[in-house]
Design a protein around this ligand. Sequence first.
Ligand code: HEC
Length: 321
Amino acid sequence: MKKPPTFRFWTIVLTLVLIYALVKWGIPALSREITGMPFPLTVPGTLMFIYMLLTIIALFLLVTFSEEHLAEFLYPIQRFLRGEYGRTTRTLGLVIVPALIGWQVYDVTIPKVQQPSSLRIQHPSSNFPKKNEDLKNPFASPSDAEVDAFIEQAQANEVGFIPQLEADLDSWAEYTEPDHMLEAIPTAPMRAFLRELGAASVNRDSARAALMEKHLFEGRALYSMNCRPCHGDSVAGDGPMADGFKLRPINFTDNGTIETIVEGYTFWRVSNGGPGLPTEATPWDSAMPVWKLNLSEEERWKIILAEYDLAQKTPRIPESH
Ligand code: HEC
């Protein structure tokens, strides 16, 4: 009998290897080329399964197309099993192939310790106390009475600042000898208010704007003292300590952070920090401190006022409004 050629067997093996390599490495490489992203798109395991299954079916049809094709395909296998390639080759083959398959099965079935791959929920809404939703920043819109009290204090040059600023303001005053302590806040609305105060014709609107400037001034100072190391001067989450955290401090200028939440939620997040987040926000327990332990409610609200202002964002309006 004429010996059938062995190339059909090897074509089949080579085709399988080639298709596998194309799906495994070709598609990711191509995806990188097309998207221009610095990482390849992953090929889902199911896609690989489908491709390989289709390939095997196609090759099966090819091999069983005729008696000769089948004989050609089986010929090297039969020779191998008869020991015609050497007894050692056969023994090795009969040990290595089952061992490889066994190892593969073992590898797939053995339970593994893996990092959970669930996505972190940036704004977990469960456990968020609903009563917080309607909380308003008490410094965002001062009442007429508060504005009037402020005008009175300003007229007497007795505006009180937060204690954290006292030492700095005192040394500033000693050095510059200002006519009025509010000159420490050299912004346009404050200057306008001080001019009106000098001319003894104070307008409540400019006084309100000046009072806002004072709150922002204090908020910014508290922000620098407490939040800047992580969230940065630019409030872009790039403070000097930021690189040290796996879960980076939030960039407040980014759309999708503080802009998408109502201010009561921001207050809750700042008060409870990373440890106060509900379980669905883990496993990325963040370094964000629990600020209610160190800052009074007023201080937290002033910081939040400054935080939105620095980021040039406005909080989301609650749905019920
Ligand atoms: C030790 C570093 C650190 C300090 C200090 C810090 N933060 Fe954070 N902050 C983080 C990290 C990390 C995150 C992101 C992780 C998270 O969502 O819990 C975060 C998240 C936040 C968020 C959530 C934003 C969002 O969109 O969900 C707010 C608001 C915030 N910080 C405000 C503040 C304020 C205000 C201060 C100062 C009183 C402050 N942080 C100080 C590390 C810090």
